[in-house]
Design a binder for this molecule. Sequence first.
Ligand code: IPE
Ligand code: IPE
Ligand code: MG
Length: 248
Amino acid sequence: MESFRNKLDKNRIPKHVAIIMDGNGRWAEKHGKARVFGHENGVESVRSVVEGAGEIGVKHLTLYAFSTENWLRPKPEVEALMELLVHAIDNETELLMKNNVRLSTIGDLSKMPVKVKEKLNGCINFLKDNTGLNLILALSYSSKWEIIKAVQNISQDSIEGKIKPEMINDKLFEEYLNTAEIPDPELMIRTSGEFRISNFLLWQIAYSELFFTEKLWPDFRKEDLFEAIFDFQNRERRFGKTREQLTM
Ligand code: IPE
Ligand code: IPE
Ligand code: MG
C-alpha cells in the first residue's frame, strides 16, 4: 500500500502535533506480560514518531508521557516508568543528536526524581543547539495544574505592579503557560480507543483537530502519524466562520 507520506501536502504540515500515548498496559496484557513491558515497547513508537515528524517538517511534537494523575498509580509502576525514562534518555540521546532534534519539557519537573531531572537537563543541554524538531515531553503535567500556576503567577505580578488586571488577555495569559512561545497544536492524537483528553493542553487545544485511533501506543509508528496528518489535511478548519468566508 502506498505510504500516507506521499499523499501529504508538504505546504500544510502542522507546525505542532501533540500525542496522548495511551494503551501500553493493555498492549502488555494482550501479550500476557506485566504492564511495564508495554511501557518498554512504547519507546520504539516514540523513536519512530520522532523520526517521522522530523522527516516531514513538523516543528514541535509534544508527547504526553506522564500526567499529574499518573502519580497515583502503584508505586512499583511509577518507579519503573521513572527508570525507563532514565534509560530511554541514555539510549536515545545520540540518535536525537543525529536527527537534529531539540528537547524540552512541560510539567511540574520539581516532582520528578533527582536522577531523572539530571538526565533530562543533561540531554536538553546537549541538544540545545539543534535546529530540527522540538521534542516536548509532558512530564508530571496536567493542564489544570498549568493553568492554576499561571493564575498564581499573574496574581503575584499584579500585586507587584508588573501588570494591571486590564492588561490580562489571551495573549498575556499564554505567556504564563508552560507552552509560551510554542504555537498551539493544530492536531492532537490519542491512541488506544479512548475518547478523552485526560487533562492535556486544555487551553491550547481550543481549536485543534482531534484524531483518535484504536491502535495501542506500542503498535503506533510513523506511518500512523502520517495517516493522522493526512486525515487532518482533509478537514475544513473554519474557526467559527462559514465555509464561504474561508475562500474570501
Ligand atoms: C500510557 O499507557 C502510558 C502512561 C500513561 C504512562 P497506560 O499505562 O495508560 O496503558 P493503559 O491505558 O492502562 O492500557
Ligand atoms: C493519559 O493516559 C496520560 C498519558 C498518556 C501520559 P492515562 O492512561 O493516564 O489516562 P486515563 O486516566 O485513562 O484517562
Ligand atoms: Mg491509559
